[in-house]
Design a protein around this ligand. Structure first.
Ligand SMILES: O=C(O)C(=O)C[C@@H](O)[C@H](O)[C@H](O)COP(=O)(O)O
Length: 338
């Protein structure tokens, strides 16, 4: 097991990569603990949960709403949760996003931690303290920056995931390589088959590299004033597609990264050969690289993006494999490119 630390404004977060759900008890403080999970995680792994009351939510992005948050608040009141209660989220990105938000706001904030059960949440969603929910067509519109006390990334959770969910996680791993680590990209290219079959050594290295890279960025820019914006590479189009089509986050980000690479090429920042390399890698990882949505609908969805400022949007371009830059892009340019 390896531990990576992130020092946030509100405290230190420990990310334990390679630790197991069955050991979570040793990280829990000696106070009342309440678990938040979803129905699928509870069905598969509930027997290993520590002995504590469990609040179970549904699955899918549609559940990431203020209505779910309100329902959980009421359950917490019924369970007698007070300011000393510790909240433990056990699940993927949606469970972690909701749990972190609920814990950070109930009674103005309780202590919390996560056991991260999907590849996507281990390499991205559970790390960095972005917690929140969607509001209507607006993705992650209401939320907070607040670091969990700990995150457990349990490799034994991964083999129970459907292949599609594994591919979703690879989109965020590739993103990390593309924005800041060319060696990581080359490593994935050399190990695609092993990665897809969840080879223990390859996955451990990719999860750890991703967590270290993201933790470093978050440590330097927790509230996304500058460098952290790079973690949004591929997410402008990605979030729009996710909202429009309901496709999985990783799939949408994969298409978004291909488009962002192409936009980078058209601005003269990236070679055509690099664009093709990115496309081939995502395709090999069984991720989609194109879509059929109309530019009008996409533009409409992008207008609802949090990165919008007036007539511009903060956009992440690549200026090489493993190198990125954040620049403003006007909606006029974006429409032309689309
Ligand atoms: O942690 C971040 O910062 C990221 O941007 C990581 C993204 O991969 C992640 O999907 C994040 O939740 C998106 O945040 P948002 O602020 O664009 O909603």
């Amino acid at each position: 097991m390896k531990t990576v630390e992130v020092q946030g404004a509100g405290g230190l977060s420990h990310i334990h990569v390679g630790e197991q759900l069955q050991n979570v008890k040793k990280y829990l403080p000696d106070v009342q603990c309440i678990i938040i999970t979803d129905q699928v995680v509870r069905q598969y792994h509930g027997a290993m949960f520590p002995d504590a009351p469990v609040i179970t939510i549904g699955i899918g992005e549609g559940i990431k709403t203020l209505a779910t948050v309100e329902k959980i608040f009421r359950e917490l009141i019924e369970l007698g949760a007070d300011r000393s209660t510790f909240i433990l989220g056990i699940g993927g990105g949606i469970v972690c996003d909701i749990t972190g938000f609920v814990a950070s706001t109930y009674m103005r904030g309780l202590r919390f931690g996560f056991v991260s059960t999907t590849l996507l949440s281990q390499v991205d969603a559970s790390v960095g303290g972005k917690n929140g929910v969607n509001l209507d067509a607006y993705k992650n519109m209401v939320g907070v920056f607040c670091q969990p006390e700990f995150v457990i990334c349990d490799p034994l959770m991964l083999p129970t995931l459907p292949p599609e969910e594994v591919s979703n996680g690879f989109a965020e791993i590739v993103k990390h390589g593309l924005i800041a680590d060319a060696e990581m990209v080359a490593f994935i290219e050399d190990n695609v088959e092993k990665a897809l079959s969840l080879d223990k050594d390859v996955i451990s290295r990719l999860v750890l590299d991703s967590v270290r890279l993201k933790a470093g960025v978050v440590q330097r820019d927790e509230r996304e004033a500058g460098e952290r914006k790079k973690l949004n590479f591929g997410h402008t189009l990605g979030h729009a597609l996710e909202k429009l089509t309901g496709m999985g986050h990783g799939k949408a980000v994969s298409i978004g990264m291909v488009a962002a690479a192409e936009f980078s090429r058209r601005r003269g920042y990236l070679d055509e050969s690099d664009c093709n390399r990115i496309k081939s890698l995502l395709d090999a990882l069984k991720l989609p690289v194109s879509h059929k949505e109309s530019p009008e609908k996409i533009m409409d969805a992008m207008f609802r993006d949090k990165k919008k400022q007036g007539n511009h949007i903060s956009f992440v371009f690549l200026n090489g494999i493993g190198q990125s830059v954040v620049e403003k892009m006007s909606f006029e340019e974006l429409e032309k490119l689309l």
